[in-house]
Design a protein around this ligand. Structure first.
Ligand SMILES: [Zn+2]
Length: 323
């Protein structure tokens, strides 16, 4: 899919690639196959002029997710298939018209998810507290278990002025089975809020950071200066950073985050933007799980210079210092 519009046309254009990606994550230990309908909502489809594909795109994504969820590797329980709704980007405070439009979008997508056999529902990446409440209310009507995660921007508060902790408390009161945070923030700038949220809530808590080294100065990837020469703080205005590659967290940093979060009692874990199967395996293993992909974790014992295998010749081991 294209960076910028971020509409998951892949479900229709390259379904085999999406199916395979889901299988990679499943192999790495993911317990949930989330239908790839992030941004596959009416407003975004209007933006790209493809509104007539809204329902086919949603149903295709849900069917692919269901197919993968029920066909796990040998010895692994079937996964849960999750329907997904997310930030609409048209929600506006004190504007009933936009709010009704968003509610209609949520209701329609949740309806399709139920029809296609979703086991749970995930509402994610909300930066308005009230929009998250609305999403949860719509999802709760189905009777399915609901995960709801918020994504506060760089102001460290929801856009409608409600604190991160208060938003999560309200989501728990509204019946969220799992409440927490996803996206925009890397491990370093999500963890401090997670600690507060975990203390304040009794329900399950979720943590799905982005895979980038955000800092107190740059708490989200929107304001993290990238290596493109043209940073988001350039004189001609901010833009979305597309050259953050060198600022990615490595597997050990993500593993450390997951272990710490799990230690606090945060037991719904994942990675948002920047995720890859290796990182999901790292999370699974850091909380003590063995997964199919554990077979392929790094093992330097047979490395041609740094290995310990007795067949590695002395002259190659010696060369390791100069390599
Ligand atoms: Zn994300």
């Amino acid at each position: 899919m294209s960076s910028g519009q971020f509409v998951p046309m892949v479900s229709l254009e390259h379904p085999e690639a999406l199916e395979n990606l889901h299988r990679d994550f499943q192999h790495a230990g993911s317990d949930i196959v989330e239908a790839f309908t992030y941004n596959a909502h009416r407003e975004k489809m209007r933006v790209i002029g493809e509104e007539e594909l809204l329902e086919p795109l949603n149903r295709a994504a849900l069917k692919i997710a269901k197919k993968v969820a029920i066909s796990t590797p040998k010895g692994i329980e079937p996964n849960l298939m999750a329907g997904n709704i997310s930030n609409s980007n048209i929600w506006k405070e004190n504007d009933l018209k936009s709010q009704l439009e968003v509610e209609k979008m949520f209701t329609q997508m949740v309806g399709w998810a139920v029809e296609e056999g979703a086991d749970i529902l995930i509402g994610e990446t909300f930066y308005y507290a009230e929009e998250a409440y609305k999403a949860l209310k719509v999802m709760k009507k189905t009777g399915l278990p609901c995960v709801i995660t918020i994504a506060p921007m760089g102001e460290n508060i929801m856009r409608d002025g409600i604190s991160i902790v208060d938003t999560c408390k309200e989501l728990e009161q509204l019946g969220g089975d799992v409440v927490g945070m996803n996206c925009f923030r890397g491990p370093a700038t999500m963890m401090p809020y997670l600690k507060e949220v975990r203390k304040a809530l009794k329900c399950h808590v979720a943590a799905l950071p982005i895979n980038f080294r955000t800092t107190n100065e740059y708490p989200t990837f929107f304001n993290l200066p990238d290596n493109n020469g043209c940073t988001c703080h350039s004189p001609h205005g901010r833009t979305f950073p597309t050259a953050l590659d060198s600022l990615q967290c490595n597997r050990y940093e993500i593993g450390k985050f997951a272990k710490e979060a799990f230690g606090l009692g945060v037991n719904y874990l994942g990675v948002c933007c920047g995720a890859n199967p290796m990182l999901i395996r790292e999370i699974a293993e850091s909380v003590g799980l063995k997964v199919p992909a554990s077979k392929y974790r790094e093992d330097m014992s047979a490395h041609f210079m740094y290995g310990t295998n007795k067949r590695i010749p002395r002259h190659m081991k010696d060369y390791g210092d100069k390599a």
